[in-house]
Design a protein around this ligand. Structure first.
Ligand code: PBG
Length: 331
């Protein structure tokens, strides 16, 4: 009988002892803010399924980047909305040196050299069918041809000045091939964050609305390349491969429903581990906040602290700006 010698509530009684025993902390350093960009100047478009998040033109992107720098957010991730007439079966626009992403990266790095800029390497914004790769007559995504295009895309991002390229396509062998080409082109310090354990998830719906690929994708799904939500060991194998192929950081995606995978990756592989609280997770939270069913600030913070507890070193989250603002106010 340990009671009353052990009373768990003793340590919880006062603020000072609660603070002393706190194991995990969330700071602005843990955040990566995903942003959607489009052509034009002074353009801001709301995304109905992602309240408070909008698609912005490069000039407005720079204004927002300024705020993020001031808030101490270390990195932003950019995702393009590509005009329909620039989409094609072979996604050539993905590696256009004057493309939207490439111009945005150059503008960001010129204005804020200290801000980390992460780019998504995948073809879905650029294909007429919304798949992440190049397809055959049956609609099957062809691995090796897709990888060739991803390599060109990644190198063009590095040339524009991207600090981190993040392949989110789930093709086999793309990390090694991209790493090899970056090395031979002299981009020896470009970081690769591999979307290593990316699941075939229905939580990406609002993102596909945001970049305008959902209509083209239609009833199509990505199960021939993204991981089956039923599996856990497969995710670990994917992560091992991506590390061996030269990834500097790995990511698990989606986030909250997959914190078991985050924990396994961190414990078993001991590498820089990130998680993506995806668009659907954001949308669910926002819907409940708007209805007044959950309290925004406390739930938002709790949801992100859970990632830290699970072992994530950082989180890509659409709440990054709100969280950084809140943390600044709390200081
Ligand atoms: C594209 C990509 C997706 C996301 C990030 N990169 C969507 C997909 O795989 O269909 C999802 C991000 C989110 O839902 O917030 N390859």
């Amino acid at each position: 009988m340990t009671f009353p010698y052990t009373r768990m509530r003793r340590m919880r009684k006062n603020d000072f002892s609660r603070r002393l025993m706190r194991e995990h902390h969330l700071t602005a350093n843990d955040l990566i803010y995903p942003m959607f960009i489009l052509e034009g100047s002074n353009v801001r478009e709301e995304i109905p399924s992602m309240p408070n998040i909008s698609r912005v033109s490069i000039d407005l992107l720079l204004k927002e980047a300024q705020e993020l720098v001031e808030l101490g957010v270390p990195t932003i991730a950019i995702f393009p909305v590509i005009e329909e007439n620039k989409k094609s079966l072979l996604a050539e626009e993905a590696y256009n040196p004057e493309g939207l992403v490439q111009r945005a990266v150059r503008a960001l790095k010129a204005a804020f050299p200290e801000l980390g800029v992460l780019t998504d390497v995948a073809l879905d914004p650029y294909t007429t069918h919304g798949q992440d790769g190049i397809i055959d007559d049956t609609g099957y995504v062809l691995n090796d041809i897709t990888v060739d295009t991803l390599v060109k895309q990644a190198v063009s991002h590095a040339q524009a000045g991207a600090d981190v390229v993040a392949p989110s396509d789930m093709m086999d062998g793309r990390i090694g091939t991209i790493r090899g080409e970056l090395e031979s082109e002299g981009f020896i310090d470009t970081l690769i964050m591999a979307y290593a354990a990316k699941y075939a998830s229905a939580y990406y719906g609002p993102f596909r609305d945001a970049i305008g690929s959902s209509g083209n994708l239609g009833k199509g799904n990505k199960s021939t390349y993204q991981i089956d939500p039923a599996n856990s060991n497969e995710a670990i194998r994917e992560v091992i491969l991506d590390i061996e192929e030269g990834a500097d950081m790995v990511m698990v995606k989606p986030g909250m429903p997959y914190l078991d995978i985050v924990r396994r990756v961190k414990t078993e592989l001991e590498v820089p581990t990130f998680a993506y609280q995806v668009s659907g997770e954001y949308a669910m939270h926002m819907a409940a906040f708007e209805k007044g069913w959950l309290d925004k600030n406390t739930v938002m913070m709790e949801s992100l602290l859970a990632f830290k507890r699970a072992g994530a070193d950082g989180i890509l989250t659409y709440f990054a700006k709100d969280v950084a603002l809140l943390l600044k106010k709390q200081k």
